[in-house]
Design a protein. Structure first.
Length: 179
């Protein structure tokens, strides 16, 4: 039995339901989560988690706006110092940052997209990464919001991107940081 495929189908269905609920909430319609999940009650906890996270973020949306990013010296979230930009993609930007209180370097990913569907994907990514414990998967240290924009603080791995390493014919390291 392929539970991985079943989980992916369930997750996809949970996203569809959550998007529908968020559209209705934005239109001002009353929504009952239990009623919306009556045909698939096993998805209710996942749908509730997605809707609550996206609704909270959506209410804070717009302070930085699409395409916002920090520069070295700008005011980052409390407790972080942004050192440099590492990469930028369609969903967000990743910085090398320092978590001040613990004096450790982290990968700091900030979401740029203010679209609610993007926020759902970002939240799902955070939950998926945090749920995995494996030497080849970075650890999530913190998730939060800064000026309405969601972010993740994750384990920082040196040595370039996985895509660049694979493009050069290399193999991914067996453990983070090449240790």
């Amino acid at each position: 039995m392929d539970t991985t495929n079943d989980d992916a189908i369930d997750d996809s269905r949970a996203f569809e339901i959550a998007e529908h609920i968020l559209d209705r909430l934005r239109a001002g319609d009353p929504v009952d989560l239990s009623s919306e999940c009556r045909d698939c009650p096993d998805l209710l906890p996942r749908v509730r988690s997605l809707v609550e996270a996206a609704a909270e973020l959506d209410g804070l949306r717009g302070k930085l706006g699409t395409g916002a990013s920090w520069k070295v010296g700008d005011a980052p979230p409390t407790g972080y110092e942004i050192l440099r930009e590492i990469a930028r993609g369609g969903m967000g930007v990743v910085y090398e940052a320092r978590q001040v209180q613990l004096n450790r370097v982290v990968a700091f990913k900030m979401m740029l997209d203010t679209d609610p569907k993007g926020r759902l994907r970002f939240q799902a990514e955070a939950e998926a990464i945090a749920a995995v414990r494996h030497p080849n998967v970075v650890q999530v240290f913190e998730s939060g919001q800064h000026e309405g924009q969601p972010y993740l603080a994750m384990e920082f791995c040196t040595g370039g991107t996985l895509a660049a390493k694979l493009a050069d014919g290399g193999k991914p390291p067996l453990v983070p940081n090449g240790a």
